[in-house]
Write a protein that binds this ligand. Sequence first.
Ligand code: FNR
Length: 204
Amino acid sequence: MYIHTIDNFYNSQIGEYDKLENNKLKVLGFAGSLRAGSYNKALLRSATDLLPEDMSLEIFDIDGIPAFNQDIEGDIPPKVKEFKAKIREADSILIATPEYNFSVPGVLKNAIDFAARPYGDNPFDGKPVALMSASIGLLGGARAQYHLRQTFVFLNMYPINRPEVLVTFAHDKFDTNGRLVDDTTKTLLRQLLQNLANWTRKLK
Ligand code: FNR
């Protein structure tokens, strides 16, 4: 009898836990850099430790998405198919991007372009999105962020405006293991994720 009661207690606790897990907002994150030691990949990993309780983050590696060719957009490669499915399943999107030549890296733009095709099959449509960037330079990738925001207009995404997470002099903000060690950046990133959670719940 006693054991039975304990069992019931634990089952109800597990039930509550499952409910919490199932109600979590699902965020899909991807970075616009392919390199293993990327600061932007590190920034995305750091987000995992700073999420609000009601949010989960899955990180997708865009490495392997081939160059977009409109001739094959009707028969999309498996990696793109997988990417599109993950975008569709997600409640919102989190992107970390470097700035290349004052703009969005080709690999990131290519991945977004491929995922949004063929016309009329855009999984980004209506998704909230949060954006951040890390650069070894003075402006932290601001120009790439603004170019990407222009793309969000066509994709019909709903970006978070503030805070702007621009990680300047990234080499000083991460340790040699790629762990974020800058408290100001951590605070901004935590706020960005909380705002993404609030925004996503509002739009749902
Ligand atoms: C850069 N970098 C760079 N930084 C910046 O602030 N503005 C820029 O326009 C550019 N342009 C640029 C072009 C190319 C081709 C490369 C490879 C680099 C430097 C960039 O901030 C730095 O390499 C970052 O470390 C790239 O991000 P990940 O790979 O660390 O995430």
